[in-house]
Each structure stands twice: as structure tokens, then as C-alpha cells.
Design a protein around this ligand. Structure first.
Ligand SMILES: Nc1ncnc2c1ncn2[C@@H]1O[C@H](COP(=O)(O)OP(=O)(O)O)[C@@H](O)[C@H]1O
Ligand SMILES: [Mg+2]
Length: 370
């Protein structure tokens, strides 16, 4: 049983803040995923949790006990590093048992733990090989096994699969989920890859410049991103964003992009705070923009935009069409058999029930729910 809690944790390197007021709780046996671009502070955060660095400010608690001043050894946390290093001259078995031997466990106990971990990770047949005699993915599993044998309270994973190719990563992700099921241990998993984050996490925290932007279930981050950064970071292709001005026409509220106008659903009008002339950002996902001619989409007053086709990207099951309207480029997902032609105008239907509106600076999402 292990619950992890961070309360207003900050870390400075000299005058440079690497983490700012980071707070979150990870439940017992939860798989919590932290995602953010390179340099946003992910590794630093894990190092603080593991006790490899001291926090500058704030509290770290495990099972409600303050561990800020506990040494790494006594925290009972295992970290699997991005650039894990196996000892090249040792076998898989020796690599996995090394930590236990250092801690003075009995040979029987070590043997039992290593075999159990090897079984879980499908490494049993490889125990007597050297790292140079197994594949990259298998080496990665050995690094995980080395952590498992310690039976830690909390596992920390620092982009452990980033050196594997795409197919291997997808397989390894599935394995990690199974492993989490079997081990029933609290895990914090860090990645810069939002697809990986979305597929792994029960809950995800998005980190940018050392600060948490949003914590939530994958679908919530996708549908209701708290700000422009999250909107564009989660999802591929990213959410389209337009600079628009609010037009209050008395009985309805419209968004004016210059080249086109869109009529907002009635609830936006009822909410009342979109005042005439207000400059805001309008966001819509590529799958919520449909080709009027080739797809079934309900056309209503003020929900279509004429745009020029600039680039066609077939990706198999769908096609991404890059469009331009009034100086803004955007992307729509269309059917793969859509007979698209470059430099041709296309009439697109915007599903205005699925949009997001943000403040002009992108820092805040306007909520019109409920
Ligand atoms: N030991 C250190 N000394 C000074 N700056 C550091 C140190 N470790 C990390 N940083 C800085 O802290 C920020 C976050 O780094 P890091 O946690 O490694 O990011 P990530 O893992 O998300 O790529 C970066 O700007 C990095 O340069
Ligand atoms: Mg890192």
C-alpha cells in the first residue's frame, strides 16, 4: 500500500526554477502519467520523489508521512531510468540480482525473487545471457526486472521506452499495463510522448516549464483542455486554433475570423459574457471539421467555412487535409477515399458543439458547461 502526495513542490537550480509549486496525489496502486516536452522538469520531479535531489520548497509524502529528509534507500522507491545501464560483464540473472546481493539478501530469497520477476517479464530463458546477447527491448525488461526484485512501494519510470522503435514501444506499453495489473503497485510514469501518455494513464498530468497545466483523465484533457498549451499538446494532429472577435448580433453570438463567421450554439449566448468586440481564441479538433460534399454533416446557419486545400496527407485509415482560410492554416481529418485536389476550395462544416474557446493569451479556457 503506497500513496504518494506532492504539495507545492518547487526546485531551483541556482536562480533557475526547474519546478514550480507542483502538487498532485497518486492513489494506492494507481498508474499516474506525467507528460511534457523535453526540459519541462520531468526527470527532476522523479529525482525529487526518489530522494536523489532535495526539494527547494514544499512537501513529499508517502502514505501521509513526510519523506523530504529520508535517504533514497529508506524511501523504498525504485526508479527505471531513461538511459538505464546494465553491467555488460554480468548475466541477466546477475544484473537483476545485483541490488539484492548488495543488500545482503539470502541466495534463496534472491533466486526466488529473480525467477518470479523473470517469469513476469518473459526473461526466464535469457537469465544466463549477457546484455550484448539480447535485444534492446529485452534489455529494457531486465532494467525493469532489476527494479521489480526490490519489491518497492512505488515505481518511477523515466521515459524507459524512448530508445525503442515505434512498434517495440507499443508492445512494451501493453506489457507495462499488464505488469501494473500483476504487481498492483503505485507507479509514476514520465514521458514526452502524449500518445504514450494517453494510452497508459488512468490520470495524466501535463507539465510545462516546471508547472502543472492540468491533471485529469485522458478524455478530459482531450475534450476540455484547460489552456491553449494542453489543447495543442494533446492530440495528433493538434487542435486547430483561430484568432477571432466576438460579434454580438442581439439574438445570437458569432465569431468573426475576418474571412469567415461562425454562429455559436445558443448556450454561449445565454452565458452572456462573450461581449461584442472581445478578442478570443477558437479551437476545434481536426475530426470535428467535415467536408460538406463528401461526408454527412449537418449544415446550419453559420457553421461552414470555405478553405483552400494546401496539402493532402493520407495516413491510411484517414486523410489529413491541410487547409487555409483567411490566412490561418488548419487541419481536418477526412475519409481516405475523399477525392481531394490541391489548391481547390473546399466547403467545410464545423461541428460547433465540440469547440473550445480560450482567452486571447491562451492561458484560460472559457467554460460554458452546465
Ligand atoms: N543538475 C542540474 N543543474 C542545473 N539545471 C538543471 C539540472 N538538472 C536539470 N536542470 C534543468 O532543469 C530543467 C528540467 O530538466 P529535466 O528535469 O531534465 O527535464 P525533462 O526530464 O522534462 O526533459 C531543464 O531546464 C534543465 O536544464
Ligand atoms: Mg528527462
Amino acid at each position: 500500500m503506497a500513496r504518494l502526495s506532492l504539495q507545492n513542490v518547487s526546485k531551483w537550480y541556482g536562480l533557475v526554477p526547474a519546478l514550480q509549486n507542483v502538487s498532485f496525489d497518486v492513489g494506492d496502486r494507481e498508474l499516474f502519467v506525467l507528460v511534457g516536452p523535453s526540459g519541462c522538469g520531468k526527470t527532476t520531479l522523479l529525482r525529487l520523489i526518489a530522494g536523489l535531489e532535495d526539494v527547494s520548497d514544499g512537501k513529499i509524502l508517502i502514505d501521509q508521512r513526510l519523506v523530504n529528509h529520508d535517504k533514497p534507500k529508506t524511501r523504498n522507491i525504485a526508479m527505471v531510468f531513461q538511459n538505464f545501464a546494465l553491467y555488460p560483464h554480468m548475466t541477466v540473472m546477475e544484473n537483476m540480482s545485483f541490488g539484492l546481493r548488495m543488500r545482503g539478501y539470502s541466495p534463496e530469497e534472491i533466486d526466488q525473487r529473480v525467477r518470479h520477476a523473470a517469469d513476469m517479464l518473459d526473461l526466464t530463458g535469457l537469465l544466463h545471457r549477457k546484455p550484448s546477447e539480447i535485444s534492446g527491448g529485452q534489455r529494457q525488461r531486465v532494467a525493469v526486472g532489476r527494479a521489480i526484485v526490490r519489491k518497492p512501494k512505488v515505481f518511477l519510470f523515466d521515459e524507459p521506452f524512448s530508445n525503442l522503435d515505434a512498434k517495440m514501444r507499443a508492445e512494451t506499453r501493453a506489457e507495462l499495463l499488464r505488469l501494473h495489473e500483476r504487481l498492483q503497485t503505485t507507479m509514476v510514469y514520465v514521458t514526452h510522448d502524449q500518445v504514450e501518455a494517453m494510452t497508459l494513464g488512468d490520470r495524466i498530468a501535463v507539465l510545462k516549464d516546471g508547472a502543472i497545466q492540468q491533471i485529469g483523465k485522458p478524455i478530459d484533457l482531450y475534450r476540455r483542455p484547460k489552456n491553449r498549451f494542453v489543447a495543442e499538446f494533446i492530440g495528433t494532429p493538434p487542435m486547430n486554433i483561430f484568432n477571432v472577435t466576438v460579434l454580438d448580433r442581439g439574438d445570437s453570438v458569432w465569431l468573426d475570423q475576418g474571412h469567415f463567421q461562425l454562429k455559436l450554439p445558443a448556450r454561449y449566448h445565454r452565458a452572456g459574457f462573450l461581449s461584442d468586440g472581445l478578442e478570443i481564441l477558437f479551437g476545434i479538433r481536426p475530426e470535428d471539421i467535415h467536408d460538406r460534399l463528401f461526408e454527412t454533416a449537418a449544415v446550419s446557419e453559420g457553421n461552414t467555412v470555405i478553405a483552400m486545400v494546401q496539402l493532402v496527407e493520407p495516413v491510411g485509415a484517414e486523410t489529413h487535409v491541410h487547409l487555409e482560410a483567411g490566412g490561418t492554416r488548419f487541419i481536418a481529418r477526412v475519409r481516405p477515399d475523399n477525392p481531394l485536389e490541391m489548391n481547390q476550395p473546399m466547403e467545410m462544416v464545423f461541428d460547433l458543439e465540440k469547440i473550445n474557446l480560450f482567452s486571447k493569451d491562451g492561458k484560460e479556457r472559457y467554460s460554458f458547461e452546465g
